[in-house]
Design a protein around this ligand. Structure first.
Ligand SMILES: [Zn+2]
Length: 323
């Protein structure tokens, strides 16, 4: 078993551009890790600030309309005074108030008591079931920092990192070039420099630098006995650590395809193509395939559903004018 894992991993990492892709993904995980605590604290402070300025929105305020105050996707028409005032307040602090706001992430009835339900109005689609920063990926946290005016940062530096993250996730071949990776490193460090007073964010700066500039030697157990191996400068990861990173990254990629399909942001044909590439990749890499069975099935059945709808009512799924 270990032999197979090793040989498949070794073959994958032989491709420099795939290795770059996994390294870039590892950066995103490090970024997520260092932002979670900070974002959690700031969201509580933001919520406290809102209640201090408008005490009427506090814990004693109760939504009177129950399920009628339920947002859907980008739509929210509050049916009670409390939710209407909360919506106004959120919009006041939204840097993208004229663009898409994913109200469907939120349960408005909880806004007076749950800071995180408020935070989700500043995040991308598909996060309704996330109850805290520890359940969110890097792009969710970055989007919150970008969209909520409580965070005082150079927003251009945030959006540059978000753009890179999207390029990583939408890379159909799961590869990025070394030039791209160097550019990503520069952008991520520009972003981190915005948080000089937050020790846990500063700490991740050097880890990312080490990771990106190292050869990324994979620590193979058989070489355990080799003298001094562990003490050389550089970043060593065990086989299972690398596998874990790949798995996280692929799960996020599949979730992204799932949301694109569900929200019908791209045509079914394109989903088919993306799925085919991932399947081909997983056919060659059994060690990763087994951990992703459930994610693939979820995606396959949604896709199948859409294809059936397509064939029943041709054209019905397509937005006007898009072919
Ligand atoms: Zn309400």
């Amino acid at each position: 078993m270990l032999d197979m894992v090793l040989s498949e991993l070794a073959a994958r990492l032989n491709c420099a551009e795939y290795k770059n892709w996994v390294k870039a993904g590892h950066c995103l995980l490090l970024l997520r890790g260092c932002l979670q605590g900070f974002v959690g604290r700031e969201v509580l402070a933001f919520h406290r600030g809102l209640l201090a300025a408008a005490p009427g929105l506090g814990p004693r305020a109760t939504c009177r309309s129950g399920s009628r105050c339920s947002p859907r996707a980008r739509q929210f028409q509050p049916q009670c005074q409390v939710c209407a005032e909360w919506k106004q307040e959120i919009l006041k602090h939204h840097t993208n108030r004229n663009g898409d706001i994913h109200w469907g992430n939120c349960r408005p009835g909880l806004w007076p008591v749950d800071a995180w339900e408020v935070a989700k109005a500043f995040m991308p689609r598909g996060l309704a079931d996330k109850t805290g920063p520890e359940e969110c990926d890097a792009v969710a946290l970055l989007s919150l920092i970008n969209s909520c005016d409580h965070f005082v940062v150079d927003r251009k530096k945030v959006t540059e990192v978000i753009k890179c993250r999207n390029e990583i996730m939408h890379s159909s071949e799961m590869k990025v070039s070394s030039v791209w990776l160097r550019d990503f490193q520069r952008k991520i460090q520009n972003f981190l420099n915005e948080f000089k007073s937050i020790p846990e964010i500063v700490a991740v700066y050097s880890r990312i630098e080490q990771l990106l500039t190292s050869d990324w030697a994979v620590y193979i157990p058989e070489e355990d006995q080799r003298d001094g191996c562990e003490f050389e400068a550089g970043v060593y990861l065990s086989v299972s650590q690398v596998n874990e990173i790949e798995m996280e990254l692929l799960k996020e990629k599949l979730q992204e395809i799932y949301l694109q399909a569900k929200e019908q942001e791209v045509l079914p044909e394109e989903i088919s193509n993306q799925l085919e590439v991932v399947k081909e990749f997983l056919r060659k890499n059994e060690d990763l395939r087994t951990g992703l069975t459930e994610d693939m099935q979820k995606l396959d059945s949604l896709h199948l559903q859409h294809q059936k709808l397509e064939s029943k009512e041709p054209g019905a799924q397509r937005p006007e004018g898009k072919v």
